[in-house]
Design a protein around this ligand. Structure first.
Ligand code: GDP
Ligand code: GDP
Length: 437
């Protein structure tokens, strides 16, 4: 369910201010997660219970102060390809400018819903001036807003969320895991996909500036059924290095959002690198199941009895505090442990759907809590009375207690570890929340 809202527009109209307003609330939560590098140009937001990803396309192409046309083309291309809804931001103080018109000309090619967001409408009078942007001859409607004060944003978002896809109630694919294969270029993603599908596929597009939607195909391979969110073949032929990064990040986000389990492939000959850490961090942030494959294991020479173990420790160290992801050493080339990898993916998917009965949970966890109660803070004693798993898509455990605000992060980790110790949940991020009772 990838609902993506892209903000496009010339520099200085207020895109990043608006972006921060939309995702600001979430940022604090994301900040807690160590080992996760935050990217300022996309984030998660919510409006009336609907979640979406916001992309500040301007943020991606900033810094390349060379040619504006190039910047416009890239921003708009990204928005057209990836977004569910496009917000074209302009500035009421400045009125219609030549650059706005250039944006409008490129945007006109899009079939996606476009709204003109007339920013800096801080006063009623300014709001009135927003009407002049209808002259751009584009979009469904013009919405005057003030990113600074937030006024007008509610009306805009009410419209935007109407375009979002909703969960299909009678989904024939219910119960079949959706898998995204992620990893740096050259790690072996396409080879893995080809091996799974048992056929050579050639889906590289030559036309610059074209990508296609990810394909959801249902497969049966190695005795298991799954849906592959296919982005591996979408390698763009481009000479500019940053372009590859830029598109691979967008594709990763998109594939992730649509998947249940992310298979993150790491190159055994290179070890775990910063970008691998980012990918795993993204998956965890998105509450997806994660299976790590250390691929090209055949190329590691002089393997001793401890080589895999040491490799594993190194990975967990880089991903700390997250250590719940299974790691499998594969060679797609020699088909070593590929079968096991698929089985693990299915297992993680099942873990993600696992529900623990309230009686069992209380029986086990209240005992753990009794043995190690929350440390008192400023003379306050927290008493946890009851725990239950909440019926959500991701394993979430609510602990009912008298003083939720006095529980430390370290105690949350303790509870998470105990849940894992007793019930497993390998490969799956779990949420621990507190409710006042
Ligand atoms: P971007 O380049 O499009 O990302 O624009 P920024 O978000 O960096 O904003 C450019 C300038 O416009 C900054 O000085 C902001 O403080 C200002 N700005 C943004 N939104 C508003 C608004 O709603 N009203 C006013 N008066 N200024 C704004
Ligand atoms: P992608 O960019 O992640 O899709 O990577 P590819 O699937 O295109 O693989 C990049 C290169 O690595 C190709 O030459 C593959 O044949 C090679 N390769 C993939 N998996 C393995 C493996 O397990 N062992 C070895 N030795 N080479 C591999």
């Amino acid at each position: 369910m990838a609902n993506i809202v892209a903000i496009v527009g010339r520099p200085n109209v207020g895109k990043s201010t608006f972006f921060n307003r939309l995702v600001g609330q979430r940022k604090a939560i994301m900040d807690d997660e160590s080992g996760v590098t935050r990217d300022r140009h996309y984030g998660y937001a919510e409006w009336i219970g609907k979640n979406f990803t916001v992309v500040d396309t301007g943020g991606y192409v900033h810094g390349s102060d060379d040619i504006f046309e190039e910047s416009i083309r890239k921003q708009v291309e990204l928005a057209i390809n990836e977004a569910t809804v496009i917000l074209f931001m302009v500035d009421v103080e400045a009125g219609v400018t030549g650059l706005d018109e250039e944006f409008a000309n490129v945007l006109r090619r899009s079939k996606k819903p476009i709204y003109i967001v007339a920013n800096k409408a801080d006063t009623f009078q300014r709001g009135h001036q927003a009407g002049e942007f209808y002259a751009l001859g584009l979009g469904e409607e013009v919405f005057p807003i003030s990113s600074q004060s937030g006024s007008g944003t509610g009306d805009l978002l009410d419209e935007v969320v109407k375009h979002f896809k909703t969960e299909d109630e009678e989904n024939p694919d219910e119960g079949i895991p959706k898998i995204a294969i992620m990893g740096r270029p050259n790690v072996g993603k396409s080879s893995f996909v080809n091996l799974l599908l048992g056929e050579e596929r050639n889906i590289v597009t030559d036309i610059a500036g074209t990508t296609r939607d990810s394909i959801h195909s249902r497969y049966k391979s190695f005795g298991k059924e799954f849906i592959l969110i296919d982005t591996a073949g979408l390698r763009r032929k481009t000479k500019v290095h940053e372009d590859i990064e830029f598109y691979s990040v967008m594709r990763s986000i998109r594939a992730l959002e649509e998947s249940d389990v992310a298979v993150v492939m790491i190159d055994a000959t290179r070890g775990i690198e910063a970008q691998d850490v980012n990918i795993v961090g993204l998956a965890i942030k998105n509450k997806k199941g994660v299976v790590i494959l250390v691929n090209k294991w055949d190329l590691v020479e002089d393997k001793g009895t401890n080589t895999a173990k040491e490799f594993e420790e190194m990975i967990y160290e880089k991903l700390a505090p997250h250590n719940f992801m299974p790691i499998i050493f594969t060679s797609v080339l020699t088909k070593q442990r590929v079968h096991k990898a698929i089985e693990k993916v299915i297992e993680v998917y099942e873990n993600k759907r696992m529900k623990i009965s309230t009686s069992k949970l209380n029986e086990v966890m209240l005992k753990e809590i009794e043995n190690y109660p929350p440390p008192s803070i400023k003379g306050k004693f927290v008493k946890i009375k009851y725990v239950t798993q909440i019926p959500t898509h991701n394993p979430t455990f609510a602990f009912f207690c008298n003083l939720p605000q006095y529980i430390r992060e370290s105690y949350t980790r303790f509870l998470e570890n105990k849940i894992r110790k007793h019930f497993g949940f390998e490969g799956v991020p779990i949420n621990v929340i507190y409710k006042k009772k």
